[in-house]
Unconditional design. Structure first.
Length: 375
């Protein structure tokens, strides 16, 4: 059974649709959903009464469409009882599909203009083709008039941000022992495997997808955790929106993405795959130190994770910045190597940063081999 047949087993083939906003469905290919719209939104007006054909662009979305009936059923008509998160651009609901699978339903805010639907369909077409073990799965979608909904797989163990920083109870983790302080500790070996999984997810976007995709919002809230602490990268910034998959699992929005922004983006608005690499370097520092990228509760010189940790990522000082919750349950050599990878990712000049493929290979071969006897 192919991946499309697997997807149809979740929702069916999406039959029974009709017109979608101002874009009528013009056909299907192998049960996939296709939409047509003017290649140039202004071409029809300029055509006047000439009677000539309007150039059209056809987009195919390769995940099933969820019917409105099922959508209302699994969200109790988008009731507040199902609401688990809300941002500037979307409300997020937890749902159980008819197949019994847990999912999150992301209801996007109404589009403000015609062009926004064009962008939405184009990006949805791209997102529907993303298929990797370390990238969160898009199960389905709904477009009906102004209603735009995305359905994703549910991260049963929350986000990396949740686990590291304790902003909410993490599903699947045992409670702390009686009388103990704090929360269960994410072990060193789990941290390394999470780093590797996340690196592979970004490598897929940058180096295996054609055309390549820049995530644009890499942070610990967008690293979702599943059984066995396997990690997947959550939705790349499909619609240039601030809302992210972090809040799909009730994590708390702290300081947004500002602590993760590469210098070239913060100063000039330039965003490339190397900007993702920089942000990933911040995530590595979070895994090493257990600290947030920006923390205003700390003394002035320690609020910026990069400024505080970078000087200590040397052979004789790396142990000073390791998450104290780990105690001595980590290999110093492995910690140093992971720290050095972070330093390379955080190079000021983007051209000096490694590719995500290189990062994944170094974590796999140079860091994991130092884990003997470490849990």
């Amino acid at each position: 059974m192919g991946w499309w047949e697997n997807a149809k087993s979740v929702f069916g083939d999406g039959g029974g649709g009709g017109n979608v906003g101002c874009f009528p469905r013009i056909g299907r290919k192998q049960a996939r959903n296709s939409y047509a719209f003017p290649a140039d939104p202004g071409s029809e007006k300029r055509r006047g009464g000439s009677g000539g054909p309007v150039p059209e662009e056809v987009i195919t979305v390769e995940v099933p469409e969820v019917t409105l009936r099922e959508l209302n059923e699994i969200t109790a008509s988008f009731s507040s009882e199902k609401l688990i998160g809300q941002g500037s651009y979307a409300k997020v609901y937890q749902a159980t599909l008819r197949s019994g699978r847990l999912a999150v339903v992301k209801r996007l805010e109404k589009p403000s203009k015609y062009a926004s639907n064009v962008v939405f369909l184009k990006q949805l077409g791209v997102a529907s083709r993303l298929n990797h073990d370390n990238f969160v799965r898009l199960f389905g979608y709904t477009i009906s008039g102004d209603l735009r909904v995305l359905v994703y797989e549910f991260a049963t163990m929350g986000t990396l941000h949740d686990v590291l920083h304790g902003d909410r109870e993490v599903l699947g983790l045992p409670p702390p022992e009686q009388g103990s302080a704090g929360r269960p500790v994410l072990s060193w070996i789990h941290r390394v495997h999470i780093a590797l999984d996340a690196a592979r997810g970004l490598e897929y976007l940058h180096e295996m997808v054609q055309p390549a995709v820049t995530h644009k919002d890499v942070r610990s809230t967008n690293v979702l955790l599943f059984e066995g602490f396997r990690a997947k990268i959550a939705d790349y910034n499909m619609f240039s929106q601030a809302a992210d998959m972090a809040r799909l699992n009730r994590s708390t929005h702290t300081l947004g993405s500002f602590g993760y922004q590469a210098p070239e983006y913060a100063m000039m608005g330039q965003m490339t795959d190397k900007s993702d690499v920089y942000s990933f370097g911040i995530v590595l520092l979070e895994l090493l130190t257990g600290r947030k990228p920006l923390d205003r509760t700390l003394p002035q010189g320690q609020r910026s994770l990069v400024n505080w940790a970078a000087p200590m990522l040397t052979e004789d000082r790396v142990q000073e910045c390791i998450d104290p919750k780990l105690g001595d349950q980590y290999p110093p050599a492995g910690a140093l190597k992971l720290g050095r990878i972070a330093v390379q990712c955080l190079q000021y000049d983007p051209t000096f940063r490694p590719s995500m493929g290189t990062v994944a290979r170094v974590i796999n071969y140079a860091v994991l081999r130092d884990q003997q006897g470490v849990v």
